[in-house]
Design a binder for this molecule. Structure first.
Ligand SMILES: [Mg+2]
Length: 181
């Protein structure tokens, strides 16, 4: 290998290690909503509906939370989350779903997320630690981030999602992630 190339490679590795160590020592985290942010999860909600369980009952949530194999990962947001993880950030997923039967789902995302919360009050979790940003598709994700003093990033919802409520990208002058739908 040429000397110049070797020095460049060593520099890149050093910069990476210093970044990783600093982010780790500072205990920095980045938050992601789950439905329509990291995962196109409409098929799981459809499975819940089709199960005949009372909507939003524990049985319904058990079906939804165990139908993750029907869901589709969203490429751009998942890649960005992985990039943060590689830089040393703790990736934290916060979903407003109820947690009934959610252990499998948490395990399914273990490769990416260090923590996975079922919590309606997302601000509460964002206030607890040092979050550099919170990514979400719904208006309530943006307001939860703003309420906690965390930078909000809007992820675009897929037009194919069954969920149409609380979606006004740019309403809070937040950054909208391109190609994220
Ligand atoms: Mg969502």
């Amino acid at each position: 290998m040429k000397k110049k190339v070797r020095i460049t490679l060593v520099s890149i590795v050093c910069i990476y290690l210093i970044t990783f160590a600093s982010v780790n020592i500072a205990d920095l985290k980045v938050g992601f909503d789950y439905d329509d942010t990291l995962s196109f999860s409409t098929p799981a909600f459809r499975a819940g509906k089709a199960s005949g369980e009372e909507p939003y009952s524990p049985g319904y949530w058990r079906v939804v939370n165990n139908s993750f194999n029907l869901e589709k990962k969203k490429l751009v947001p998942v890649t960005i989350a992985l990039g943060y993880k590689i830089l040393g950030f703790d990736v934290v997923i916060i979903t407003a779903r109820e947690g009934y039967g959610g252990e499998g789902l948490q395990r399914h995302w273990r490769w990416l997320a260090k923590e996975f919360y079922f919590e309606r009050n997302k601000s509460e979790i964002l206030k607890r630690d040092r979050f550099v940003a919170f990514f979400g598709d719904s208006d309530s994700d943006i307001t939860a981030a703003l309420g906690a003093g965390v930078r909000p990033i809007r992820v675009k919802r897929s037009p194919k999602s069954d969920y149409k409520g609380k979606y006004h990208p740019g309403q809070y002058q937040e950054f909208i992630l391109p190609f994220s739908d």
